[in-house]
Design a binder for this molecule. Structure first.
Ligand SMILES: [Zn+2]
Length: 314
């Protein structure tokens, strides 16, 4: 069983309002020895489905047999989380681009350093939960360096980023810092978001993480075999170039979209005219990030992510 549970705060600086800037951790220590598995969420403050899932995971896991230790960081960027904002409001930086951080740097770099010191550098396995925001909904899992654990989450679509891309997109993210420094197994989950009920996504996140924990031997039980999975090697991110109502026309997440089909149109909320029609970029694509309802967007917002099925693997 879980031998002990402890929550504590680590202070890394002060705010101008007099409060301490802190990170809150919870650890569950099992009776048997085993690795420390770190689970983090809300590195982007407006992606809180993972934070919701960690609440439910805690309630489930506290009464279960556990091998090793679980270290929970349910809110990695508390100031951004509190105002439902992707970036840290204090300096408008993307926390996920500031690792390993700097204790003498700006606010987000200090936050990143505290996460590195108190979390990334003390765990043996890392599960990082991202989601869509309160507009787009997303559904895929990255394969970095532990394909079996990535597949055990149970998503139908996985993404294996091309190697040797110069590290432009991923340099400085938690993933690469974690990988480069100690090579610990690391899985990044992208699931949920949108102006829709989050209950099914949170439930799938809980079930997926539980299966990864079984796969790592942290909790007992048979690993549930994943559904038929597709691993894409290339994902296109498509952004509307006009602001207005984004009206989705595409198939559901995980479904194929044929070449020439429209992902969405952008309609003027004022004149009702069609401002833009957004086609899918591939001859054979699969829906990875989408808008599930008519959403208001600005030019350049996250629109869609489509995986290329040409060159995809089972
Ligand atoms: Zn994110």
């Amino acid at each position: 069983m879980v031998k002990s549970i402890r929550s504590w705060r680590e202070t890394f600086t002060t705010h101008a309002d007099g409060s301490d800037a802190t990170l809150t951790f919870t650890e569950l220590v099992g009776e048997a020895d085993g690795p420390t598995i770190g689970i983090s969420a809300s590195i982007h403050g407006n992606e809180n489905a993972g934070s919701q899932a960690i609440v439910d995971l805690f309630r489930l896991l506290r009464g279960m047999p556990l091998k090793g230790r679980l270290l929970l960081l349910p809110v990695a960027n508390p100031r951004a989380f509190a105002v439902n904002h992707r970036f840290t409001p204090i300096d408008e930086l993307n926390l996920n681009r500031e690792f390993p951080g700097d204790p003498a740097g700006n606010y987000t770099q200090q936050l990143a350093r505290a996460i590195s010191r108190h979390f990334l550098e003390v765990i043996d396995v890392h599960i990082d939960l991202h989601s869509g925001t309160d507009r787009p909904t997303v559904d895929y899992v990255y394969i970095w360096n532990d394909e079996a654990m990535s597949r055990a989450f149970g998503s139908r679509i996985l993404y294996r980023p091309a190697q040797g891309r110069g590290g432009t997109v991923f340099t400085g993210t938690t993933k690469v810092v974690t990988l480069d420094r100690r090579g610990i197994p690391c899985v990044v989950v992208e699931l949920g978001g949108g102006i829709v009920d989050q209950t099914p996504y949170v439930a799938r996140t809980v079930a997926g993480v539980m299966n990864m924990l079984r796969q790592k031997g942290a909790i007992p039980g048979d690993v549930v075999a994943p559904p038929a999975q597709t691993v894409v090697r290339e994902i296109a991110t498509i952004r509307p170039t006009r602001g207005g109502w984004l009206e989705p026309l595409c198939p559901p997440l995980g479904e194929e979209i044929a070449g020439g089909a429209l992902l969405a149109r952008v309609t003027s909320p004022y004149s009702f005219e069609t401002l833009e029609e957004i086609p899918t970029p591939y001859a054979r694509g699969v829906m990875i990030l989408s808008h599930l309802s008519r959403n208001l967007v600005e030019s350049g917002d996250y629109g869609f992510m489509v995986g290329n099925l040409e060159g995809a693997e089972p």
